[in-house]
Design a protein around this ligand. Sequence first.
Ligand code: SF4
Length: 204
Amino acid sequence: MDLTYFYDELNSSLIYKEDFLFKSKFELLVKLILSSRASGFSANKIGDRVVDNFPNLSSLSKAHESDLQNLIHDIGFFKQKTQRLISASKFICKNYNSNIPEDYSSLIKIPGMGDKSSKKFLTLIKKNNFIMVDTHMTRVLNRIGFINQNQNNKLIEYIISNNIPKKNHTNFSNLFNFFGKSICKAKKPKCHLCSFKNFCNFIN
Ligand code: SF4
């Protein structure tokens, strides 16, 4: 079976739910920074709290660390994320004239916005197509035999781009990420709900 088979299977059977709810680019940026090593649910809930208290880049850039830490203390790595939120806001105010950019090379320079967050930002605001490799996608692709554990993200991107048309890259990424998080979990995957059992190295 080629990768298209697995993509088509997930595309027709999995009901994908987007993690992030946002009304502005600022809100999305805050939630993406908060989402590192946290669930989308937590990033949404705590991101709403941040935006309610600091409604724009200017106010967030001037936030006192202790106030922001108190506000977000129930998300993992809250001290690091406090610094990232303030640094990102300051950086955008200073370097981008308080406008959140809409191109990858500018976004990735913002503190707290890595490769995946920058691509996710662009796919959500502009519907661009990107491959977004993450641990969930990597685990699934490894279990169904397309990659091995040691392959780096660039090689995984290359394998996907050779098999899946560009117009489907974001959808492919979202589906494999969501499938990995919700069904093909690292511990105790829900194999009884999976149609890939016959091709899976993990259970065979
Ligand atoms: S059978 Fe289980 S481990 Fe294998 S791909 Fe499906 S959910 Fe993942």
